[in-house]
Ligand binder design. Structure first.
Ligand code: ATP
Length: 243
């Protein structure tokens, strides 16, 4: 439990993971309370993307524990992670260019047994992302960068995740689109209780929307603090964020 007794949805303890002999992540500890947004920031190569990959089962941790709502996820196959409520929107977004917007979105709900609710979730995504509703029949490759970002996020939301792992959603997007995406995350948190772990290069935008800021350096968490504190405390900003 966190200090204000909100249950922790995600608890990471001593997570070690990487790609070969030398691990990238060096014993990561992290706690994300349910219904909050945590922004993971840090220099290029700090290990932010690797952290998301290790959480979503794309790479197998060498050591440590990942608990989702108290359940240990070690050894859980990726499709089971999705069923348990974890959705990962990777950097580069993974939209399938040859499929239409509608087909891409439906992929996000294919595994769901409750077909009626999958249909409702699809309608909700079209309500949230009006440009997607207008382009249902367009192919993935016909979309703009911002629309592809919406589509990747929308596809994850069709699965009604509890925990959304989001890698660099602002990458390559116009500031207006970034602002809209961040506002949407807040709206989802407030309306549906969604929990978000957001990796961002755009530190200011990320800390503006987040409840918690997590700064990584060289595969470690160097500080985890309320986002407002990281935003407003000049000494902390200078020490950990360099601005
Ligand atoms: N597929 C891979 N195989 C081997 N090493 C990798 C692979 N992906 C990343 N790395 C290495 O792992 C380290 C951490 O990279 P990672 O992408 O997690 O950092 P990051 O904080 O997300 O940085 P960026 O913001 O540049 O994506 C880097 O040294 C990187 O070179």
């Amino acid at each position: 439990m966190s200090a204000d007794s909100t249950p922790d949805l995600l608890v990471v303890r001593g997570l070690v993971a990487g790609y070969g002999a030398a691990p990238v992540l060096q014993a990561i500890d992290l706690t994300v309370p349910a219904g909050t947004i945590a922004a993971v920031v840090g220099a290029n190569g700090a290990g932010k993307t690797t952290l998301l990959r290790a959480l979503s089962g794309m790479i197998r941790p060498v050591a440590g524990q990942v608990l989702l709502a108290g359940e240990d996820l070690r050894g859980t196959p990726v499709e089971q992670l999705v069923r348990r409520g974890m959705a990962h929107v990777p950097e580069g977004r993974g939209v399938i260019s040859e499929l239409t917007v509608d087909e891409n979105l439906r992929l996000g709900g294919l595994w769901r047994r409750d077909r009626a609710d999958a249909g409702r979730a699809l309608d909700e995504v079209y309500d949230l992302f009006e440009p997607l509703a207008r382009r249902r029949k367009h192919l993935g490759h016909q979309l703009s960068g911002g629309e592809r970002q919406m589509l990747a996020l929308g596809r994850a939301l069709v699965g009604r995740p509890r925990l959304l792992l989001l890698d660099e959603p602002s990458l390559g997007l116009a500031p207006r689109v970034v602002a809209r995406t961040m506002a949407l995350l807040r709206q989802l948190r407030d309306r549906t209780g969604l929990t978000v772990l957001l990796v961002e290069q755009n530190v200011r935008s990320a800390l503006a929307v987040a409840d918690q800021g997590v700064v990584m350096s060289l595969g470690r968490v160097v500080i985890a603090a309320p986002a407002a504190k990281l935003r407003d405390d000049v000494d902390l900003r200078h020490a950990y964020l360099g601005f």
